[in-house]
Design a protein around this ligand. Sequence first.
Ligand code: ACO
Length: 427
Amino acid sequence: MAEKAELRIGGDVIELDVIVGTEGERAINIEELRSKTGLITLDPSYANTGSCESSITFIDGEKGILRYRGYDIAELAEKCTFLETAYLLIEGKLPTREELDKFRESIRYHTMVHEDFRLFYRAMPKDAHPMAACSAACASLATFYPDSLDPRDPREVEVGVHRLIAKLPTIASYAYKHAIGQPFMYPDNRLSYVGNFLHMMFATPCEPYEVDPVVERALDLLFILHADHEQNCSTSTVRIVGSSHVNLFASISAGINALWGPRHGGANQGVIEMLQAIAEEGITAKDFVDRAKSRNDTSRLVGFGHRVYKNFDPRAKIIKKACFDVLARLGVNSKLLEIAVELEELALKDDYFVERKLYPNVDFYSGVIYNAIGTPESMFTAMFAIGRLPGWIAQWAEMHDHQHKIGRPRQVYQGANERSVQTIDER
Ligand code: ACO
């Protein structure tokens, strides 16, 4: 018999269904709580609240497990490309060779953006943060493509999805080119998805540019590791914005803004800034760790800690190894990597971090790789957004399949009781 939970309130006992997930996670279903009792639940920051049932990504934070559609992240990272992973997340299955070719072909077809986009960037200051530019450009795609806006039309959604995956690297690279005053590079559709992005970032019209296969593979790997992470801040944002039935471009634009924050995707930029500050100010790793622990200092050890992972972040393990491989193969000696390793070793032995179960997260080493391949810090989070895009899309689509009401949390009002307005002379 299905398990029930009992809630005693006043003199009444209410029975609530217990939902069991395919990996044995249990959740009390409170969908009827308010209609049966007049009560709501209170859970600021949603640490105890499941907002949906989902079949996309499974995380076990205690055991350090991350799977997309049932496949372990380490195996996907080893055996698949980013576009195969994107297909998996969005379509729910790994593609056959033909399916992948067709998907890749469609993405290639859509890589260019409207020529008027050049004017769009020109309206922004040179030091505009790429995340602001990406989010604005992404929302503005809705103005260029009125034929792919209806979230209830499968064909319009498919075209919109392919356009977004194809154009976000172009949009992000243009933000960078604008910042450094170089000409925007058109996509070169002979290249791979990641190769094309590197070309648009680093090529100029005057010099030949060869995509370095080591860098290409490293970036592809980073994109795979970032591709989805269930109901995190930006993904929940995409879902809730999408639940208003606004178009996909607007929903993803909102997700990009959420990802920008330093407690979320912006942490990868924060890590490298922290490592550089340690290197430049000549403070020791130990001093910095002490600062991060101090109640009188607001510094945190950026790239450490995670709401869900309380043992280790499986992505951080893979990225740490990739970081050493890439730097060795590029022949780069990185002072920043040395500091990162020292910080990690100190923190993992320190009671403060051990007691709070704070481990390196996905952002701790990714910034060192981005740095080694010549990416400016301001672009780190934009690159995270390119990686996360398939996950946002898959979650947005799943929300449309499952959830038929607009997302709308409630609140417990704690403000003034009713009072009358005094005119300005009476106040
Ligand atoms: N350095 C020092 N102390 C930390 C750190 C850190 N990086 N992270 C958490 N703590 C401490 C907090 O001060 C708090 O201590 P207290 O209990 O004595 O008050 C305790 O650990 C719990 O921290 P919370 O902020 O309550 O944990 P939460 O689960 O809400 O936050 C978060 C998770 C936001 C990731 C946090 O660990 C953090 O700010 N880390 C640094 C930023 C970062 O790396 N973000 C990237 C996350 S991965 C991603 O979004 C892609």
